[in-house]
Each structure stands twice: as structure tokens, then as C-alpha cells.
Ligand binder design. Structure first.
Ligand code: ASP
Ligand code: MG
Length: 455
């Protein structure tokens, strides 16, 4: 069997859901189980209702409920017009929104909402999208059966970021989902949502539908997991910045993780770890371009010296110089303890004989960190820098890749260079305003047409 997951934009409106139906229809012989996100933007809109209610703004909250209600009813009408199911599903949708309105009223009266309430509110998005999609699929002769995902995804009580209980999920998936597939039907369920052992609705955290798909795939030992989204897959560079960014057809899981940490927003690799760990390939496809190649993420894709170029701005470098102390035992421990105590996470580290430099992604509130560090040595801070990364699992095996990377940067000033021991990522810290130039030059060096011909 395979898991086919559609993100919010891939079920955003009737047209998108029609495309999704086509995609699933073409895969019926592979026994698909379908996981869907809420209609694109619905989760944000629902959470905004929660925020309004928590502030005691009843009118605003109810207005929000009505806007989301009418969107769902419009899509229901567009999808199911004239069918037998139309009235029943529309009634179900309305009943759900009546329930949501009561919930909003209760919270507005309290003027307070707990994470548990937010999960209850957010869950409506996936509950409704999955019902709608299942009903429409049946209209298109897909033998779809709606399953309440909460009957499968057992979690702990950590509301808004609940931890899935892997063994129980595997058991429920075998009990609830497997038989449907074996009878030749297509289970359709919402991602993102779950339930505690004692029956309280939870969510797996924002973007959690990928996680649901991966957990389901792992539980049922799927042959493949397909994540359908609105981009062609992972690219060799940010197409808004570099010319000729190319699709990466196969990428290693660790490379994908590195790219994600640079804001390559396709998906968060951690969410697919449960499946990738079992050797299940995860594909990213574009639902607007169903014939595309997509990107395949696996543990064992070929190791290339360079798979992609990434970058991000807004980086701050903190440098601690302590000529006498650097070789004293425990110096770095002391430095990192101070970071930990101040709740500041370190990204890239480079040491020299007399100093240690660290980059910080989020430099808000680092003043107390700097005061603490100054007890260890001279502290200096440079803001508005950027990181460019050359990501490739075999970059440290290549005798030329590193030299070419540094050479390609030409006259750009380099503040720090770091290559991790795993050798998957060469990171170079440059001036913030040189970020785009650096990405273009690096991408040109490794992925230009001339380079393609050379290979
Ligand atoms: N609908 C949820 C969100 O927007 C989960 C998801 O789409 O993955 O975060
Ligand atoms: Mg998503």
C-alpha cells in the first residue's frame, strides 16, 4: 500500500480537490490511504477565532466562524452539487460550525483559552476537509471511506504539539485502517489531529499532517509515501534568488534536514523521519504538475559532493576571545553552559587558537548572554551577517568542492567557515547584504549549464 498526503493548497478549493481525485484514481492499484490537511489557510483562520475568543471578542470570533463556515459550504456546493451526498455533508458541516460557534462563545465568556481549547478548535479544519474529500472522491468513483483520524492517532496530552504514541498508533492502524484497504476501499483521513488515550482531541503541531502521513506509512509498512504540495520538490537553490535552480530528483535524508534548517519550506524532514528510518521512500510532488518527477527522499540516495546551495540572513556572530583560557580545560563547556542558561541556541561554531566564534539565529534578548560571557574573555558581536551553505553528503570527500566554493565567492568578505565532521554542509558566514550574490555565485559554480555539460 502507499500513503498519499495532500497539503492545504492541494485541497484548497474544488479545483484542487478535483486534481487530487485524479491523482488518487491513477493509483488505485497501489492501494492508497489518503491523508489530507485542512483547506489551505483554514488552520490559521480557526486559530484566529481562538485568539479572538480568548480575548473576549465574541463578535470577532463569531464573524470568523461564519467566514470559515461559508468557505466550507461554498466548496461543498462546488464539489458535491446535485449529488445525493450534498445535503447530508452540508448539514454535517453546518453542525460542526454550530459546535465551533458554541465553543467560541464559551471561551469568549471566559476570556481565556487553553492549549487544549486551541487544539479542539484547530481540529475542525482536518475533520471537515477529510469528510469533504472523502465524499467527493466517492462521486468520482473512488471507493473512499472516511476515517476519523483521532481513532488512529493516539497521542500524549502535550496539547498543540502532542507526542504520537507509536505502538498504539501501529495497533490502531492495523485494526481500523488496514481492513478498509484490504476490502479494496480507500481510507481518507485528516492529518495533524489525534486524541489522548482518554479521548481528548489533540494536534501534532503546525504542519503536522506530514507527520501523520509518515506515522501511518510506518505503521502499515507502506511501499511509498507521497507528499503532494505546491512546489515541484526540493531544488538546487532558491529560485527567487538564483538562476536555473534545478529539481533534485533524489536527496538524502540528512541533506534534506540541512536544507530545512535554512528555511527550505517544502517540508520538515523530522516529520518524515519515522518512515525514512524504516527505509520507506518519501516523495514530494506538485499537485499542480502531477506528471513531474518530484523529489525522492531516502537514507541511501547517492552521495554527491554538492546537492544544493542554501542561505539565510539575519545571523549574528558572537566571538569570545580568551588568549589565556582557551586551552584551559572546560573553557568551551563554560561558554556553552552560558548559552544554555540564557536559552540561546548556537548554530555554527568555529574555534581558533585564541577565540571561539558562534552564530546565533535569533539575537533578540542576547544582552544578558553577552554580560555573562564577558566574564570569560573579550566578547564581540557582529550583527546583520548571513550564512551560505553548500550542502552535499560527499562534500568532504571531494578534493575540489571546498576550494571551488571559496573561490567562487571571489571578493566577498568571509567571516567564518565551518565544515561539520559528518561533512555534509560547508557553511560560510558572509556580510548580510552579500547573501544573494553569494548564493548566485555558488549556484553558478556548481549548477550552471556549463557545469552540467562538464559532468
Ligand atoms: N493544517 C495544519 C497546519 O496548517 C497541519 C498541516 O497542514 O500540516 O498547520
Ligand atoms: Mg503543510
Amino acid at each position: 500500500m502507499i500513503v498519499v498526503k495532500f497539503g492545504g493548497t492541494s485541497v484548497g478549493d474544488a479545483e484542487a480537490i478535483e486534481r487530487a481525485a485524479g491523482i488518487v484514481k491513477g493509483r488505485l492499484d497501489r492501494q492508497p490511504a489518503v491523508v489530507v490537511s485542512a483547506l489551505g489557510g483554514a488552520t490559521n483562520a480557526l486559530l484566529a477565532v481562538g485568539e479572538q475568543a480568548a480575548k473576549g471578542h465574541l463578535i470577532g470570533a463569531l464573524r470568523g466562524v461564519e467566514t470559515i463556515r461559508s468557505r466550507h459550504l461554498t466548496e461543498c456546493e462546488n464539489l458535491l452539487r446535485g449529488s445525493e451526498a450534498a445535503d447530508e455533508i452540508a448539514a454535517d458541516i453546518s453542525a460542526s460550525f454550530d459546535e465551533l460557534a458554541s465553543l467560541a462563545e464559551a471561551l469568549a465568556t471566559l476570556g481565556h483559552a487553553t492549549p487544549r481549547s486551541f487544539d479542539a478548535i484547530a481540529s475542525f479544519g482536518e475533520i471537515l476537509s477529510s469528510q469533504l474529500v472523502a465524499a467527493f472522491f466517492r462521486l468520482r468513483d473512488i471507493p473512499a471511506e472516511h476515517i476519523d483520524a483521532r481513532d488512529v492517532f493516539v497521542t500524549d496530552r502535550n496539547f498543540t504539539a502532542a507526542e504520537p504514541q507509536i505502538d498504539e498508533i501501529a495497533e490502531r492502524a492495523r485494526e481500523v485502517v488496514q481492513p478498509v484497504i484490504q476490502e479494496g476501499r480507500v481510507p481518507v483521513m485528516g492529518g495533524f489531529i489525534g486524541r489522548t488515550a482518554d479521548g481528548i482531541t489533540t494536534t501534532l503541531g503546525r504542519g503536522g499532517s506530514d507527520y501523520s502521513a509518515s506515522l501511518l506509512g510506518a505503521a502499515l509498512h507502506a511501499d511509498t509515501i507521497e507528499i503532494w504540495t505546491d512546489v515541484d520538490g526540493m531544488l538546487t537553490g532558491d529560485p527567487r534568488v538564483v538562476k536555473g535552480a534545478r529539481l533534485i530528483e533524489q536527496i538524502r535524508f540528512d541533506e534534506a534536514s540541512e536544507l530545512a534548517s535554512f528555511g527550505a519550506k517544502v517540508l520538515h524532514p523530522n516529520t518524515i523521519a519515522p518512515a525514512v528510518r524504516l527505509g520507506i521512500p518519501v516523495f514530494i510532488y506538485n499537485s499542480r504538475n502531477p506528471g513531474g518527477n518530484g523529489t525522492r527522499i531516502t537514507f541511501d540516495a547517492p552521495r554527491r559532493p554538492v546537492s544544493a546551495i542554501a542561505g539565510k540572513g539575519g545571523v549574528t556572530v558572537v566571538k569570545v576571545g580568551a588568549a589565556k583560557m582557551l586551552f584551559a580545560r572546560g573553557f568551551l563547556r563554560q561558554v556553552f553552559e552560558i548559552f544554555e542558561r540564557n536559552g540561546v541556541s548556537v548554530d555554527v561554531v568555529a574555534t581558533s587558537e585564541v577565540s571561539v566564534s558562534m552564530t546565533v539565529d535569533d539575537a533578540t534578548g542576547i544582552e544578558s548572554l553577552l554580560v555573562d560571557l564577558s566574564a570569560l574573555g573579550d566578547v564581540s558581536v557582529e550583527r546583520d551577517l548571513a550564512i551560505v551553505a553548500v550542502v552535499g553528503a560527499a562534500i568532504s570527500d571531494s578534493s575540489s568542492a571546498m576550494g571551488r566554493a571559496i573561490g567562487a565567492l571571489g571578493d566577498l568578505q568571509i567571516h567564518m567557515v565551518s565544515l561539520s565532521a559528518s561533512g555534509i554542509n560547508l557553511t560560510i558566514i558572509i556580510d548580510g547584504d552579500a547573501l544573494n550574490t553569494a548564493m548566485e555565485r555558488l549556484h553558478g559554480e556548481f549548477f550552471s549549464d556549463a557545469e552540467k555539460k562538464r559532468k
